[in-house]
Design a protein around this ligand. Structure first.
Ligand code: AMP
Length: 316
């Protein structure tokens, strides 16, 4: 069997690392036959508190917790950071075990994309804006994400899969894929976990030198300013105030836009509904993203029937 049991002195039970999909399927079939629910947390490793918050939620919400660990080449464009993306499987296994993960599924690239692999899953429309704009990472990035997530959902067949709102566009795209393809899984999206100074945790923060690390706080500071101004002025004024915060820090955003959290259509005014305000910027060696969600302004017009005017923070 191509698996190892990793001993963790501080954890209650061992975490099993599986590389072969057939072995994964056999283990999970037995779990399901025993009436145990299965949860999945997809990751590319280099675990930080953001990932761990998802793992803990999965531990609390399911009987058997699977974490996938796969740096997916299909979602990296030419010239992006696939080669230097940080990898430390032993550390990830240790942290996953401590967070209550039962199984790590870490397939080799050839298992996920064997010779002759020719199928992709593409979600239209909402993959072509924000990070999916062809002038930015492009829709190919999300095609890589949806293809691998579809494969992971097929391999694991979880009852629930957890994702972070740090990648809010990814959450919207995956929800749409699951809905359109009728994949029987519940998608849970959890809040962004931040460093004490507000920077959203990301594996890519490791690329920042000390000066850029300081400058990177402008992203979350701009979002906090946008939240503040949106409470008392128009959305346009709030976005303008956010742009000023970025400019003062010498950060030129790739984008700073307000969009419907589900359809990702542009939102001009909070009377139209809640808005996902998303920002991306290249800061030194790291391309960083962050976002916040502004509640609809129920005082300006009747709230839309299909969207709650104020979304509870714990909901996706
Ligand atoms: P990654 O390993 O970057 O592919 O991320 C795996 C999962 O962790 C994705 O669902 C991310 O949205 C989520 N994630 C990454 N960073 C954070 C964060 N700072 N807070 C919450 N979730 C996060």
């Amino acid at each position: 069997m191509d698996s190892v049991l990793i001993d963790r002195p501080h954890a209650a039970a061992g975490v099993k690392l599986v590389r072969a999909r057939d072995e994964l399927r056999a283990i999970l079939a037995a779990e399901r036959a025993a009436g145990r629910s299965v949860g999945l947390v997809p990751t590319m490793g280099c675990l930080h508190e953001g990932h761990l918050s998802l793992l803990r939620a999965a531990r609390a919400g399911c009987d058997t917790v699977v974490m996938s660990l796969f740096v997916n080449p299909a979602q990296f464009g030419p010239g992006e950071d696939l080669e230097r993306y940080p990898r430390d499987e032993a550390r990830d296994a240790e942290l996953a075990g401590e967070s209550g993960v039962d199984l790590i599924y870490a397939p080799p690239v050839e298992e996920v994309y064997p010779d002759g692999f020719a199928t992709t899953v593409a979600v239209g429309g909402l993959t072509e804006v924000l990070c999916g704009d062809p002038a930015r990472r492009g829709p190919e990035h999300f095609r890589g994400v949806t293809t691998v997530v579809a494969k992971l959902l097929n391999a694991v067949q979880p009852d629930v899969a957890w994702f972070g709102r740090k990648d809010a566009q990814q959450v919207a795209v995956i929800r749409r894929m699951v809905r359109d393809l009728e994949i029987p899984v519940r998608i849970e999206a959890l809040p962004i976990v931040r460093e004490p100074d507000g920077l959203a945790m990301s594996s890519r923060n490791a690329y920042l030198n000390p000066a850029d690390r300081e400058r990177a706080t402008a992203l979350s500071r701009a979002l906090r300013e946008i939240e503040r101004v949106a409470g008392e002025d128009t959305l346009a004024a709030a976005l303008e105030a956010g742009r000023r915060v970025l400019a003062e820090a010498g950060v030129e955003p790739e984008y700073l836009e307000a969009r419907d959290p589900d359809s990702l259509q542009a939102v001009a005014d909070l009377s139209e509904g809640p808005a996902l305000v998303a920002v991306a910027a290249q800061i030194g060696d790291a391309r960083l993203i962050d976002n916040t969600e502004l509640p609809a302004d129920g005082t300006k017009s009747t709230p839309r029937a299909d969207l709650p005017s104020r979304r509870p923070k714990q909901e996706g």
